[in-house]
Design a protein around this ligand. Sequence first.
Ligand code: BGC
Length: 418
Amino acid sequence: MNIRMISKLAAGAAMLAMVAGTAKSAEQVEVLHWWTSGGEAAALNVLKENLQKQGVTWKDMPVAGGAGSAAMTALRARVTAGDPPTAVQLLGFDLRDWSEMGVAANLDDLAAKEGWDKVIPPALQAFSKYEGHWVAAPVNIHSTNWLWLNKAALDKAGGKVPTNLDELITLLDAFKAQGITALAHGGVPWQDGTLWEAVVLSTGGPDFYKKAVLDADPAALSGDTMKKVFDTMSKLRTYFDPNFSGREWNLSTALVIEGKAGAQEMGDWSKGEWLRANKKPGTDFVCIRFPGTQGSVLFNADQFMMFDVGGDAEKAQQKMASAVENPAFQIAFNTVKGSVPARTDISDEKFDDCGKKGMKDLNEASTKGTLMGSLAHGYAQPAAVKEAMLDVITQHLNGQLTTDAALKRLPEAVAAAK
Ligand code: BGC
């Protein structure tokens, strides 16, 4: 082989490498999400690694802040600038809002090929589809009406789990007597709302939740049952520690993990933090339905909406959506995240006791008609109404509104936001 041939071959190889390189870098997803806590990042890694193995490059766009409030602001800025990310973590009504603006990609062919219609629960499909077309791939189902207890503190308090609000107050008093923070809470609107919606369900039951939260019925929002809800919120506030204001949810979880607090009301993403700290359900912590809400499930599901960015990105988007719905991935991801699968055909075998309970509760609630969307996590009301309600809830919890004022303000705020 002469020198000219060698250099020709080398040039050819370099060209091939370049072409391959281009093809590879074209298969990239830029993913906007708010999974920045230890447990959340661990779960996200399952997806990142899965895609990397398939040759899809992951461009991370994390925007810290639970429930995605900051992420939504970042998304608006990117879309306004005409440069949306390829895949975006979205919840409930936000999926509808973005779909309405015509920016979503269409996943119908993939969904048909993989039979999503048959395995994704209808409660999720209602948001994953827009005008009958698949626009998002649901990753999981979370639920917000949980209470997480430090097992040692619970045992010290007699070991009995509370089954209603009165028993909860008794237990919180016992935690207080142990010299620990009774209820770890972070004073941020979405967290206030997460606690509030559990108290609404516990106080009034599922029918009242539907009326007050899903229908935003003015009478339900201002009546006697709602008065009890706000009074309970004021009572629960007396069990917070002085540093609660503005604290992120995972830092509150850490207080319960370390035994500095007895309990936290939070969605099951909280379990991701416990697992990340090597703690075991039943041994180190106990998961129960928020007292008085047994039999009902307030759900929220993370979904990845694919934005219609055209060109090469589509292939990578399809790979990502397909990876997300893969049954093995559903198990690998959700056992780390704390959520339960977004498909109905997954066995609970690989899930821990909290996960098994989550799946059983979900099935039962879905059959009984007590599976209802979470307000704080976007599945009960469009963003404007949600924000208006959270505003009143937070102001009341912070003592800026009396209970009477909150009862008057809540239906007014909803009406103004509609
Ligand atoms: C999301 C969870 C997330 C939590 C806290 C919720 O809205 O659905 O996936 O872990 O917010 O960031």
